[in-house]
Design a protein around this ligand. Structure first.
Ligand SMILES: Cc1cc2nc3c(=O)[nH]c(=O)nc-3n(C[C@H](O)[C@H](O)[C@H](O)COP(=O)(O)OP(=O)(O)OC[C@H]3O[C@@H](n4cnc5c(N)ncnc54)[C@H](O)[C@@H]3O)c2cc1C
Length: 424
């Protein structure tokens, strides 16, 4: 008989883990909400596709992820491939993204100062990102103080809502290419666009947005919704939850709740630190907007509350309703860090470009994990504490990692290898 695994949470992490383990194990997924998908969940108010959190486009640099993913989906028939056309809304104008490649669009004294600082940084010798103590030091010493103050600081402070010197560098590892000063100057002179960024090109479902992805991943799996996990009891090597016994549990929900969910025989030494991990929420408003050709608009200035507009109506034509199409309008999501009221969001729309008209609103309590200097150490210790009980944490909020969908998939593959190797 196959060993029995309970997977808690039906986001990308839980569904990927269940999908890759189902040949070897008897896998059961339990989801708190009425719908599967977690952060990538979409619905269609007024027949306009709404990514309730983010915009969720897919790409990966990992061959194993790509191979697995494209085995599940038909790249040509089910997805569109798009090139990112992102801009920065700065002083009422649209500046290219990433900003360091579009310095020529800024005022001359600013450009002179930025170039001067970049040359000085180059002379002093470029350091590897991981050698910086924190995120603020990395940004200041990599892009120079002028670009830091103009763009990186206000934008990142809006998102992270925290002093950037408390944000660990570890979350950046492997996520951003290291800017090369020769390349920045060359890109500005010959006006070469971005090339190496993870989402410079991306794939997006022709229909259904990221909900299409999770619906497909869930096919053939046992998934029960409206099942919030509240307790796990462990006695004599038996794990019991929802009145059933399991051999193993893969937990993809918020790790901060886990110490209170598990009743184990010995305490975990960093329990308080786990409970005190920091996160930010995201509020968003789905809008109709004037037609444009953008994918994202970043809004660094602190005079705006919103930090980004995602032009989801441009990702796939099917995301817009017939009413919008007939009136030559498109759709987008305006995003705010933290929890905002409807009134605050509506007030902001009048300040932003594109004649935005609200359709629907959402508040997500937890969307961005904040890693500080101790986070990885504590999570590693927690994994070592949980594994002998047969409990494994996986995913953005369970491992407290700044995962994109592809990284969450990669982590699920690693967990599969760990479990299957242990078995054999
Ligand atoms: C604003 C934003 C934009 C993003 N854009 C992109 C993008 O464009 N491309 C990309 O690749 N990635 C993007 N990401 C990252 C992506 O959303 C995550 O990597 C991915 O969704 C994480 O999935 P997960 O399964 O780990 O977590 P989640 O999606 O949070 O899944 C956890 C699941 O557990 C359930 N759960 C919670 N508590 C319980 C409980 N007690 N019992 C049972 N179930 C429970 C939740 O309801 C949820 O369904 C973005 C993220 C954000 C916040």
């Amino acid at each position: 008989m196959k060993s029995k695994i309970a997977v808690i949470g039906s986001g990308i992490s839980g569904l990927t883990a269940a999908a890759v383990l189902q040949d070897t194990y008897d896998v059961h997924v339990f989801e708190r909400n009425a719908n599967i998908g977690g952060l990538v969940y979409c619905n269609r108010p007024d027949d306009v596709l709404y990514h309730r959190v983010g915009g969720h486009v897919f790409n990966s640099k990992n061959k194993e992820v790509l191979e697995w993913f494209w085995n599940k989906f038909d790249k040509e028939k089910e997805f569109v491939q798009a090139k990112r056309n992102a801009k920065i809304f700065y002083k009422g104008a649209f500046v290219g993204y990433p900003i360091e490649n579009f310095l020529y669009q800024l005022e001359v004294p600013v450009v002179e100062q930025v170039i001067k600082e970049l040359i000085e940084i180059n002379k002093a010798g470029i350091k590897q990102p991981m050698s910086y103590e924190h995120f603020e030091a990395f940004l200041q010493n990599t892009f120079g103080n002028t670009l830091y103050e103009l763009y990186f600081k206000p934008y990142n402070q809006k998102i992270w809502k925290t002093d950037l010197s408390t944000v660990s560098m570890e979350w950046l590892d492997g996520k951003l290419p290291m800017p090369n000063i020769l390349e920045i100057i060359t890109n500005n002179i010959i006006r070469r666009d971005e090339r190496d960024m993870v989402h410079a090109n991306f794939y997006y479902p022709k229909s259904g947005g990221s909900q299409f992805i999770v619906d497909r991943l869930a096919e053939g799996l046992s998934v029960v919704c409206n099942k919030p996990l509240e307790s796990i009891s462990i006695k004599e090597n038996k794990i019991t939850l929802f009145g059933e016994t399991f051999d193993k549990v893969i937990y993809t929900a918020d790790v901060r709740n886990l110490p209170d969910i598990i009743s184990a025989d010995k305490p975990f030494q960093y329990e308080n630190s786990i409970k005190q991990l920091r996160s930010n929420g995201t509020s968003s408003v789905l809008c109709s907007c004037d037609v444009n050709d953008l994918s994202w608009l970043y809004i660094p200035e602190s005079s705006f509350k919103a930090h980004r507009i995602i032009y989801t109506g441009n990702f796939s034509y099917t995301n817009n309703s017939d009413v919008l199409k007939k009136s030559n309008r498109s759709s987008c999501t305006v995003e705010f860090s933290g929890i905002c009221t409807k009134e605050e969001m509506i007030k902001e729309l009048a300040l932003l470009p594109g004649n935005l008209v609200p359709i629907d609103f959402n508040n997500e309590q937890n969307s961005y994990v904040i890693q500080d200097h101790e986070t990885r150490k504590i999570i590693k210790a927690y994994k070592e504490y949980l594994a002998p009980y047969g409990i494994y944490v996986l995913g953005r909020f369970a491992e407290w990692e700044y995962y994109n969908m592809d990284k969450a998939m990669e982590a699920a593959f690693e967990l599969k290898n760990q479990l299957v190797n242990k078995k054999s």
